[in-house]
Design a protein around this ligand. Structure first.
Ligand code: F3S
Length: 401
């Protein structure tokens, strides 16, 4: 059975609202048909991935320019995933002028379409915060997991083109996590150890993700045994669970907003201290080697985390390249509060709008130290760095050694 389009959607499909909107509706119709959606539903916000020119290349830039030339305009609040450079201070990151020119053209194509050029994987702390129960169309895997699980908004993990299509039409096909039935938990993970700090929640994401990957079905995990968790720990866990388990949603008993609607599923996997130790060890490839790169902010740092770095760096000097990655709105706040000045005086560098994974720095460094399980995976798989994972404060200490 095909999808039912309302008269406005039919007009979009027929080209009545311009060639870009027509293309966008074609993309959504094809997607909806593949996944058996019956209708389109309105989205409240969009977050688009595939922003770094490093990932997009010339073909991607051409597609975006065509959509902008074809009159495509965002109909809902739309922000972007990290770009390949700090949009304002790309030179300080050693980015070439040629790359910067291409990246600027990508951002210009998006802004011509009315997209807000906030480039971040934590839109929920940078001005794009949906409400519980709202349908959205987000693309960044860690943000999708956070939106579904922690906020209780509803989104599938969109690709770059389908997220843009949702922005230009204001709708998305109703399937997957937009439907109540697909949000039910299918397996319990009983956490038997106390987990604290961002790096340990990253290891937990890897431990659960690895076990999920081995299951034939992709059940929504239901976690028990976690008694307290911060926003920063949740963002770290979401990034890791999405990276290692491909999960777009979980429930955490007593913590996430939809968990109380369900009983813990009977099928249970225990996560022991040894599972966590093994997960932690398995991420490290650079232990004992000379460190030349430090990065915090995967996913992008919150203001509280930046404030904490400022406290740790006050009056000191870093001895290695140290990237602080965050969004532009959070960086501005950090400027106003004086945190940026303290951090920059210590010799660390803000890599705003970007990160140590999507910037074009393949092979530039040998050993990265981070608190992020996701960064461990991608910095080594994509950028060919060896990696060491440490607690947040010890990562800062490593930069001062
Ligand atoms: Fe964000 Fe880059 Fe990590 S996009 S989640 S900081 S890999």
């Amino acid at each position: 059975m095909g999808m039912d389009l309302n008269p406005i959607e039919q007009d979009m499909l027929a080209g009545g609202q311009g060639s870009a909107t027509k293309k966008a509706m074609q993309i959504l119709l094809a997607l909806g048909t593949i996944y058996g959606a019956r209708r389109m539903i309105p989205v409240h916000s969009v977050q688009i991935a595939g922003v770094s020119y490093e990932n997009l290349g010339e073909a991607g830039l051409e597609f975006l320019s065509e959509m902008a030339d074809g009159g495509g305009r965002a109909r809902v609040k739309t922000t972007l995933n990290p770009a390949g450079m700090d949009i304002e201070n790309w030179r300080s990151l050693g980015i070439s002028a040629e790359f910067a020119d291409k990246q600027q053209r990508v951002i210009e194509a998006f802004t011509r379409m009315g997209v807000i050029p906030t480039c971040t994987c934590t839109p929920y702390v940078a001005g794009n915060l949906p409400e519980f129960g709202q349908s959205i169309a987000w693309a960044e895997s860690s943000a999708v997991c956070y939106a579904n699980s922690v906020i209780g908004a509803r989104t599938n993990r969109e690709g770059g083109p389908s997220a843009l299509a949702a922005a230009l039409t204001g709708v998305t096909p109703e399937y997957g996590f937009h439907l109540e039935t697909n949000r039910k938990p299918g397996i319990t993970f009983k956490i038997e150890s106390k987990i604290q700090h961002t790096h340990e929640f990253g290891a937990l994401g890897k431990a659960i993700g690895t076990k999920l990957e081995k299951l034939d079905t992709k059940p929504v995990p239901y976690l028990t045994g976690i008694t307290g968790v911060t926003l920063e720990e949740l963002k770290s866990f979401c990034a890791s669970l999405a990276t290692y388990g491909g999960a777009a949603m979980f429930h955490m008993q007593g913590i996430t907003p939809e968990a109380s609607q369900f009983q813990a599923p009977v099928e249970t996997i225990a996560i022991s201290q040894s599972d966590l130790d093994q997960a932690m060890q398995s991420m490290e490839s650079g232990k004992g080697e000379e460190v030349d790169f430090i990065s915090l902010g995967c996913p992008h740092l919150t203001l509280a985390e930046i404030g904490h770095i400022a406290v740790l760096l006050e009056g000191k000097k870093v001895t290695k390249t140290f990237w602080i990655t965050t969004s532009r709105p959070v960086k501005r706040e950090a400027d106003r509060l004086g945190y940026s000045q303290v951090i920059e005086s210590a010799g660390a560098t803000f890599a705003t709008d970007t990160c140590c994974v999507v910037a074009p720095i393949v092979g530039r460094f040998k050993v990265l130290v981070t608190d992020s399980a996701k960064a461990c995976y991608y910095a080594s798989a994509r950028n060919k760095f060896k990696v060491v994972i440490k607690p947040f404060d010890q990562v800062v200490a490593e930069a001062l050694k």
